[in-house]
Design a protein around this ligand. Structure first.
Ligand code: ZN
Length: 406
């Protein structure tokens, strides 16, 4: 199942080193390359490794969370800020390790990981064999901190130079936690270096109320308790997305994460700027923030991606579980589109579409084999979305290397 084209039976991949050389019929490839070593994966579907475009692996051990949170988004966020302050570096490292294991077991080969505390997790990704786009998180509401934060980011980015599996990126956290000044600076860095950026945006109604009219729980609860009342970028008379767009941070390098509360004009901005939208339906459900206007985004042909977010707002890190939830919430959405939201679309959002996301000649050999027991024809996409769980993941390869038992 190349995803770049229609699925076909008796398929095979010809690999050389870490790269896919050809994709085609098994016997034809064997005839063409008689000296190639043949590995038979049995009755499986071979598809591109999944890409989880928004996940906080550092928070894995703070979860899982099931059902619906008992507190509002503002209080959940406050709990998270306070809860992570008392944790150690070791705790976050262990969390990343466990998170990477969970990703791998469920067939995910690339993570768009938000690095809040462990700023260079390259070694952990290397040990797990998983590819990562590491979004260095930036938070800062005070104007006087901008230069220092930007200098730190630049310095941290250079530390990634020799990493094989990970590449750096930046995540200015959200419109309510980053100053106007810092947004501009980050946009400058990202444009100069062509880095992807990832922003939590329009996640809760309180965020919209704050940015638009300086009202809501963020103003009443979050800022006073965090001692940030006078720094809040509040009352702009615009939606969070319009505000960001005017600051110049929404373009084709941008992943807008969540996008639950959007105005019609916001969708137009996303479409015209060619930004990607990362949809995290189970996180939105757990945090009880509402439901993203998926159909409108889909009809506007926006590059839609599916992600799990972290276990602090979700019950698993499996994209298959996420896909089943998505399908249940949106029965109109076809399974092929859902698979695209887990492969080729996030590859584009992470600016990695030249290397991963489809099984195509020249791309990195990142693929998985899913057991097809019980499949007797019919829509293969429906079958995979309905039935795939970790038990069916028979192999996971990144750069041609089997990493499942690594
Ligand atoms: Zn997040």
């Amino acid at each position: 199942m190349p995803v770049s084209g229609a699925p076909f039976e008796d398929g095979a991949l010809l690999l050389r080193g870490d790269t896919i050389i050809e994709v085609g019929n098994k016997s034809e490839l064997i005839k063409k390359f008689p000296s190639a070593e043949v590995i038979d994966l049995g009755f499986t579907a071979i598809l591109p490794g999944l890409i989880n475009s928004h996940v906080h692996l550092e928070l894995t051990n703070l979860g899982p969370r099931r059902g619906v949170a008992r507190v509002s988004f503002a209080f959940w966020l406050l709990g998270l800020v306070v809860g992570t302050r008392i944790r150690t570096e070791r705790y976050f490292m262990e969390s990343i390790k466990r998170g990477l294991k969970l990703l791998k077991e469920s067939g995910t080969t690339t993570a768009g990981h938000i690095a809040t505390f462990i700023r260079n997790p390259a070694q952990l990704f290397g040990e797990a064999g998983i590819r990562g786009v590491i979004f260095l998180e930036a938070i800062g509401l005070k104007k006087r901190d901008t230069a220092r934060i930007a200098a730190t980011l630049r310095n941290e980015i250079t530390q990634f130079e020799n990493s094989e599996l990970v590449t750096p990126a930046i995540s200015p956290h959200a419109p309510y936690s980053v100053s106007e000044d810092l947004f501009r600076k980050i946009s400058e860095i990202s444009k100069a270096e062509k880095f992807p950026i990832s922003i939590h945006v329009a996640e809760s109604i309180d965020e919209v109320k704050l940015i638009k009219s300086n009202k809501g729980k963020f103003k009443k609860i979050l800022y006073p308790l965090l001692g940030l009342k006078r720094y809040a970028p509040a009352g702009r008379g615009r939606t969070p997305l319009q505000y960001l767009y005017e600051l110049g941070v929404i373009d084709e390098n941008t992943s807008a994460v969540h996008c639950v509360h959007l105005h019609e004009d916001d969708i137009k901005i996303l479409s015209e700027s060619k930004a990607s939208v990362i949809h995290c339906p189970r996180s939105n459900y757990y945090l009880n923030v509402g439901k993203a206007p998926l159909k409108q985004l889909y009809e506007a042909k926006i590059n839609l991606c599916l992600a799990t977010d972290g276990l602090v707002s979700n019950s698993t890190l499996s994209l298959w579980d996420e896909a089943r939830f998505l399908k249940k919430q949106n029965p109109w959405l076809d399974s092929e589109s859902i698979l695209r939201m887990m492969t080729v679309n996030p590859a584009r959002a992470l600016r990695m579409d030249g290397r991963i996301g489809t099984l195509s000649p020249g791309k990195s050999a990142d693929f998985i084999a899913v057991d097809l027991r019980g499949y007797d024809g019919g829509n293969i996409y429906d079958f995979l979305i309905s039935n795939t769980s970790s038990e069916r993941i028979k192999g996971v390869w990144v750069g041609g290397k089997d990493i499942l038992d690594q």
